[in-house]
Design a binder for this molecule. Structure first.
Ligand SMILES: [Zn+2]
Length: 210
């Protein structure tokens, strides 16, 4: 079972770890700061010693790190992990921006996002119904006000459902989430609208952060 350091401290960029299993081009460590890729999140990059990982993959309680070519690691090796922080910080900002904007749409217009996806350079929300340009403009304005006022972003584990995690921003409805967020909306700096389009009959709103 890998100890998930990124859930304890999402700002940690370096740790020492130990190789506990090796399988082909994959290694398993006793702990990690690299969050795995999912359908909605890009996942982290970084280095194990001097080797750049090609990504990481979650398998139940384990996180495997993928070594792109020749795998120099063996069981028992002590290694240093270094996170690609610029990439991670941007992902946390985009991710938190989606939570905030989804919260605004819900509380202001009773429009609930049905999906949220973070890409390396931008992120988008999907809504079942079309939303007017004016509403989108107002929602982004409100979110940017919230960014300026510096709202706390909290994550916590569900008391009853094991492994279920929540993310809450001030009075907005908490959203179930296994991702990583910054601690305060101030860190987002500003949300900008990239595109607003109808895709497969649904409203897709793509944003970027400063
Ligand atoms: Zn989240």
């Amino acid at each position: 079972m890998t100890k998930l350091i990124y859930y304890q401290d999402q700002y940690k960029t370096e740790i020492d770890a130990k190789v506990v299993k090796v399988e082909g081009n994959k290694i398993l460590l006793d702990k990690t700061i690299f969050i795995p890729q999912t359908n909605t999140e890009p996942g982290d990059f970084g280095k194990v010693n001097d080797v750049k990982i090609a990504g990481s993959k979650r398998e139940e309680a384990n996180v495997w790190h993928i070594i792109p070519q020749y795998n120099p690691f063996k069981i028992g090796d002590k290694v240093k992990l270094r996170l690609d922080w610029k990439y991670r910080l941007n992902a946390m900002k985009l991710h938190s921006a989606l939570h905030l904007l989804a919260g605004v749409f819900d509380s202001k217009f009773k429009e609930r996002a049905i999906a949220g996806v973070v890409k390396p350079k931008n992120a988008y929300l999907v809504f079942k119904n079309e939303i007017s340009d004016e509403k989108v403009k107002q929602a982004i304005e409100q979110a940017n006000k919230d960014i300026k006022s510096g709202l706390e972003i909290k994550t916590y584990w569900d008391e009853k459902k094991k492994g279920f995690r929540w993310c809450a921003i001030k009075d907005y409805s908490p959203i179930p989430c296994g991702g990583l967020h910054i601690k305060n909306t101030k860190e987002i700096k500003e949300i900008t609208l990239e595109t607003k389009e109808i895709e497969d009959g649904k409203q897709k709103i793509t944003i970027a952060v400063k």
